[in-house]
Every structure is written in structure tokens, then in C-alpha cells.
Design a protein around this ligand. Sequence first.
Ligand SMILES: Nc1ncnc2c1ncn2[C@@H]1O[C@H](COP(=O)(O)OP(=O)(O)OP(=O)(O)O)[C@@H](O)[C@H]1O
Ligand SMILES: [Mg+2]
Length: 257
Amino acid sequence: MISNSLQDNEIRPVVSLRRVSRTYGEGSGAVIALDGVSVDIRTGDFTAVMGPSGSGKSTLMNVAAGLDDVSEGDVVLGGAVLSQLGDDARTRLRRSQVGFVFQAFNLVPTLSVDENILLPFELAGRRVGAEERQWIDHLVHTLGLADRVTHRPSELSGGQQQRVAIARALASRPAVIFADEPTGNLDSRSSREVLTLLRTAAREYGQSIVMVSHDPVAASYADRILVIADGRLVGDHGPLSPQQIADLLIGFEVGAA
Ligand SMILES: Nc1ncnc2c1ncn2[C@@H]1O[C@H](COP(=O)(O)OP(=O)(O)OP(=O)(O)O)[C@@H](O)[C@H]1O
Ligand SMILES: [Mg+2]
């Protein structure tokens, strides 16, 4: 039983990059962080972005999410060409369509865990419905945060803070979640839980997720693996095992940090 909206979603990618380049600095000191990247991020996919340090993964994520400007090309997010929007419209689009998980959590220190998770609703001026409240409670339980909801971020471990950031990103079911090394600070058990939750959100709820990771085990949870080297898209693969991913990356790791 496939609804029309699902079929539409399958046709329309959640984010498209069209010949996107991003250069930092000018003249002889210029760095080409992205060099003519074209890719469609498919709706409902859990997409991993891999590549050596400095290859342009975070830059790709930042321009795709509208946090950073492109130097050339276009990013289409939620049907809008980002470079054609003013700052306010872009911020509104980002708040309604995009969730983020950064390596440095970005939690608000003066708010409790619960308040941090509800922040995207607050910013978007949205009430939390009964069904959303259930989803949030499910996330809080799955992520092992149930007995921490009234705590402040400073009272949590690094791994717990990261799980709050993940709950916050998933809570409002944005069109797409961008996660930059979301399991970088977690132990292997917490990592597995977080990755399983991300994969479940994609499979069962059609949540589109783009995850930057160095870790072949993390990327093995993804539906699709994009490989970036020197600012270019050099690989686009279906699901692979950790060993297959490690083998794939060997050729690109020369000169990596
Ligand atoms: N704001 C900036 N100003 C100048 N150069 C930048 C800036 N941001 C990134 N770069 C450069 O662009 C290139 C790509 O950086 P990016 O952060 O996207 O790499 P990455 O693949 O995310 O690396 P890592 O795995 O280490 O996080 C690098 O050479 C980096 O030094
Ligand atoms: Mg990075």
C-alpha cells in the first residue's frame, strides 16, 4: 500500500546539489572545499558521507543545509533554491525543514534536557501535539534519557549530551536531518543504539538523514554511501558491510590526517 505522497517523495529528492562549488579565501591562498558536486539526497534515505579529513564533508553538509553559501551552483531544499532566498526566509526554511546534530552538541546550557528537545518547536512557534509527545517520549526512552529530562546539559556526560542533541533533531521530524559525526563521542554500545535509532527513523518513519562519518561501522547502517575526496564526489554506493567500506576508503586515505 503506497500512498501518493510517498510516491511523490520518491520522485522528489529532499535536497539537491547542482554543480556546487565552495571556495574559501582568494588568490593563491584559496581553498576549493567543494568542486562541482552534483547529487540528489533521496527522501527517506539514510545517507552516509565519507572521505578523508579535509575532503569537504562538513562543507557539503553546511551548504546543503543552508548554513553556508555556495560559491557556484545551486542547492535546492524543500523545493526552494537557497541562493534565491533572503536571510530571513532561509532561516525560516531551515527551522521548519532541517534538524542538526553536530559533534559539539549545541545544547542550550540554561535549559533542561526536556526543554532542549522541545526547542525546535519553540523556535518554529509550534505546539507539541499528543502524537508528537508520544514520539518524543519514545525517543527519550530509547536514548536512555528518561531519568535525565530535568537535568541541565552540564550535568550530563558527553555521550548523554549527544543523545539529547539526537533526540532534539528527531523530535520534530524535519524533512531532513544533517548529522556531522554524531557518534564520534559515544562508546560503541551508545553508538549502536544511536545508529539503530537513525536507521529505524529512516525505515519506519521515512526520516531523511545525512550523516557525515569517518567510521565504516557507522556508515554500514546507511542505505547509501557517498564518498568525497578533494571536494569531489568520487563514490556513490548502496549499503555495504564495514569491511567493504573500509576497503573502499583505503584508496582515498592517502594524505589524510
Ligand atoms: N571557513 C573556512 N575557511 C577556510 N577554509 C576552510 C573553511 N572551512 C573549511 N575550510 C577548508 O576546506 C576544506 C574542507 O573542509 P571540511 O571541514 O569540509 O572538511 P571535512 O571533510 O569535514 O574534514 P574533517 O573530516 O576533518 O572534519 C579543508 O581544506 C578546510 O581547511
Ligand atoms: Mg568535518
